[in-house]
Design a binder for this molecule. Structure first.
Ligand SMILES: [Mg+2]
Length: 186
C-alpha cells in the first residue's frame, strides 16, 4: 500500500505560526478555529501571494511550527508498518530545507519526500491512500478509486464523507482505517 501524507495541516500545524506572524505584522489576533475556509485569507483583503509570503516566513522559522499531535514521529512510524509512506507536499520549493529540518527534528521517518505543484498533481501520482487536509483533494480524487483520509481541520469542516472520503480526527484514526483498507486491497 502506497500512502501519501501531506505536511502542512496534517503533520505540521503551520497555520498556527502563520497566525502568529500575521499578528506580529498587522496586530490582528485571529484564532485558529476561525480559519473556517480554505480561502480565509480573502476575507483579510490579501492575495494569494501575501498568504504564501507569510507561510514561507513561517517555514523559515520552522522551530516555531508545532506538530498537529504529540508523538507525531511515532505515529507516522506506525503508519509505515502498513505500507510505504511518502511525504507529499505542494509547498513552495524554497522552504523544502526547512520542512526537512522540521521532519527530522520531530523524528518523522518516511520513504520519500515528494513535491507536487498542486492537488491535481498530487492525485496524478496515484497513491492508494492520501492523508490530506485540503478540501480540494476531494474533487481531484473523485472517481479515481483512491482513498482520501481527510485530516479534520477548521477549514475543511464542511466536507462530507463519501465512498472514497473518510474524515479522520487524528493519525490514530488514520491508522485504524488504513489497517482495514490494507485488508481490502490485499
Ligand atoms: Mg495541507
Amino acid at each position: 500500500m502506497r500512502i501519501a501524507v501531506d505536511l502542512d495541516g496534517v503533520l505540521a500545524n503551520s497555520m498556527k505560526a502563520w497566525l502568529k506572524i500575521w499578528y506580529e505584522e498587522k496586530g490582528q489576533l485571529i484564532k485558529f478555529e476561525e480559519l473556517d475556509d480554505w480561502f480565509f485569507w480573502k476575507k483579510l483583503n490579501i492575495n494569494e501571494e501575501d498568504f504564501a509570503r507569510i507561510l514561507n516566513k513561517a517555514w523559515k522559522r520552522w522551530i516555531e511550527i508545532p506538530p498537529t499531535e504529540d508523538r507525531i514521529g511515532e505515529k507516522v512510524c506506525r503508519l509505515k508498518t502498513l505500507g510505504e509512506v511518502d511525504i507529499l507536499t505542494a509547498r513552495p520549493k524554497n522552504t523544502e530545507k526547512y520542512a526537512l529540518k522540521w521532519l527530522n527534528y520531530y523524528g518523522v521517518r518516511f520513504n520519500r519526500y515528494v513535491w507536487a505543484r498542486n492537488s491535481e498533481a498530487k492525485a496524478k501520482l496515484g497513491y492508494d491512500v492520501y492523508i490530506d487536509d485540503s478540501p480540494y483533494m476531494v474533487e481531484v480524487l473523485k472517481d479515481t478509486g483512491k482513498i482520501l483520509l481527510l485530516y479534520s481541520q477548521p477549514w475543511n469542516r464542511s466536507v462530507q464523507e463519501n465512498v472514497n472520503v473518510i474524515i479522520v480526527k487524528n493519525l490514530d484514526e488514520a491508522y485504524f482505517h488504513l489497517r482495514r483498507i490494507k485488508n481490502i486491497l490485499e
